[in-house]
Design a binder for this molecule. Structure first.
Ligand code: DON
Length: 575
């Protein structure tokens, strides 16, 4: 195809055949991923060993990375229901080895047609507690099932019915709560008050006599198994149209939700061009709007490109990273939203020239208070759960998938008779200018609620490509996501391997609240004092907010590597 397109100009220019051949070969090598040798091994890192095993099983059955992504996502919906699920959405960043195609499959939820700008406010214009988080009204129209069907039909080799088999099996046969999961489940369920909430469908699946189940308890989800089967056998149409859709809508409406069958029938995944930026010889590929991730990363990396970070002492280096983060988060709050509804100035925000302006406003010796940046929006807060996985297959196909129900167990509500947990993704919209969402994020008009609109996300599945090889990375963590991915890119750029990247302690700034968030170990006491002297206020980071899963392929050595965040008990396998 490439050759065919190029042949005519070559003939016109009278290029000799030999020279033309050499030119094409050189071109192929210049395009990342196009003529590279295959890794020969596959790697998957996800938040749960059973989900990683599901992906590996599908690879062993002849599937590629895209089939494996379906299998991993399906299994995560069953074994990590606090993070993502059939009732949620997310973004899949794909790299196809045979032609180098890179694309984002946007399976983000959309606001139902009956959604209104002020739907979470009372008569006096104040947010109604819990309505955008713990209520059926908090749920957007799910995108994950359509995303899986899209991956299978357009990129995979196996039918959905095969790739979803492991998930269906896990849902039907169940899985045993080990100590770690029981502790995590227990904390989440108690912290969120889900043991007290009166959702009988949730309690039937995830509680035992109204309490957190004990270690050794087998969680079985026969209704979810049936819902997965509907999709596996009938494809997206069977989920989004017809009797199953009717049942889902009736269930949601019985819980006070506003979905209609028309909303489900109208749902579409969107294929989008990734945001691509370069940083010190690396090519960084990430999610475009309606995720803020790629634009945010491009902005921060462009600002940092103008410094030789290695030349600075560690306090100044971290100060500069934090100041770049602050500015990118200001722009997120101001400008970003669903591009179908608002003009997002992607070209401006990702341009090195714009970054040069941001850089010029940074002082090396002093923090810029957020309220002194133009376009200040007031706020406070922080956040909950989601999941990321990374896949590389033996041919070199790659998937970075970040998928979510938003909060822990989404809205904490199971649609009766379906086993499907409702997301609470509507909380990612701005319910009122200046009112922070559950991640403390503020925003403006660009991310206001409107029917059919996708809420702005921070999810950032990312490829980092360069001479050294490729890394696929991502993490949950709400507003903290892009910061964690940024740190991963900087560590990879400095030579760290997958294990070091997922384990590294992290730093974060999100403009509002005007605080540096540090994970234990991210700053020495001297560094903290140095930042405080520059005017930063430093806060301890909630201990377990990120859960990063990385796979890498080192082109020079051919080594394939996979690593899961040691803060949690994920599953990383190379085969
Ligand atoms: O799309 C977003 O940015 C959020 N709904 C993601 C939520 C999340 O990562 C929670 N994790 N701790």
């Amino acid at each position: 195809m490439t050759v065919a397109v190029l042949r005519r100009p070559a003939a016109r220019l009278g290029v000799a055949r030999g020279a033309w051949f050499l030119f094409v070969v050189a071109l192929l090598f210049a395009l990342p991923g196009l003529a590279a040798p295959a890794p020969g091994k596959s790697a998957i890192a996800s938040a749960h060993p059973l989900a990683t095993a599901a992906g590996m099983e599908i690879l062993a059955r002849g599937g590629n990375a895209f089939d494996a992504a379906v299998a991993v996502s399906g299994a995560l919906a069953v074994v990590e229901p606090n993070g993502s699920g059939m009732g949620g959405g997310g973004f899949y960043l794909l790299h196809r080895a045979n032609d180098g195609r890179q694309v984002v499959v946007d399976a983000r939820e959309v606001a139902p047609a009956a959604a209104t700008r002020d739907m979470y406010l009372d008569a006096s214009g104040n947010p109604i507690e819990g309505l955008s988080t713990r209520h059926a009204k908090a749920a957007g129209i799910p995108g994950e099932p359509a995303g899986w069907a899209h991956l299978a039909a357009n990129y995979g080799r196996l039918p959905l019915s095969v790739s979803l088999e492991p998930a269906i099996r896990l849902a039907r046969q169940g899985y045993v709560l080990d100590e770690r999961m029981q502790r995590d489940f227990g904390r989440v369920i108690r912290d969120e008050g889900l043991d007290k909430a009166a959702d009988p469908s949730f309690a039937r699946v995830f509680l035992v006599k109204g309490k957190v189940p004990p270690v050794g308890h087998r969680i079985q989800q026969p209704e979810l198994a049936r819902s997965l089967e509907v999709l596996a056998k009938g494809g997206a149409d069977a989920f989004y149209r017809g009797p199953f859709a009717k049942k889902l809508v009736a269930g949601v409406q019985s819980l006070g939700g506003i979905w209609t069958v028309e909303d489900l029938a109208a749902y579409r995944v969107v294929e989008r061009e990734p945001v691509v930026t370069t940083y010190r010889g690396l090519r960084v590929v990430s999610t475009p709007p309606p995720s803020s991730g790629g634009v945010w990363l491009a902005s921060v990396l462009n600002v940092l490109s103008g410094y030789d970070l290695g030349q600075f002492d560690s306090v100044t280096r971290k100060h500069l990273i934090l100041e770049a983060m602050r500015r990118a988060h200001r722009d997120r709050a101001q400008y970003l939203g669903d591009p179908a509804f608002t003009d997002v100035p992607v070209r401006l925000l990702t341009s090195p020239d714009y970054a040069a302006g941001l850089r010029a406003s940074i002082r090396t010796d002093k923090a810029t208070p957020s309220d002194l940046l133009p376009g200040y929006v007031q706020a406070g807060g922080q956040g909950a759960h989601t999941t990321h996985f990374s896949v590389l297959d033996a041919e070199g196909n790659r998937v970075g998938g970040t998928i979510t129900l938003n909060g822990w167990f989404g809205a904490g509500i199971v649609v009766p008779g379906t086993g499907i947990l409702l997301n609470n993704q509507m909380d990612d919209f701005v319910m009122k200018p200046g009112v922070p969402n559950m991640y403390g994020l503020v925003g403006a008009e660009a991310n206001a609620i409107a029917p059919g609109k996708r809420p702005l996300s921070s999810m950032s599945p990312t490829f980092v490509e360069g001479e050294r090889g490729v890394a696929v990375m991502g993490t949950p963590g709400g507003s903290y996501i892009p910061s964690m991915v940024l740190m991963g890119i900087l560590h990879w750029s400095a030579g760290a391997d997958a294990q070091a990247i997922v384990a590294a302690p992290r730093l974060h700034h999100q403009y509002q609240p005007d605080l540096v968030f540090m994970e234990a170990g991210a700053l020495t006491s001297d560094e903290q004092a140095g930042l405080e002297q520059r005017g930063h206020r430093v806060n301890q980071w909630p201990a377990t907010i990120g859960n990063m899963h990385v796979v890498t392929w080192d082109r020079a050595t051919g080594k394939v590597n996979a690593a899961s965040d040691p803060r949690w008990g994920g599953g990383a396998t190379v085969h």
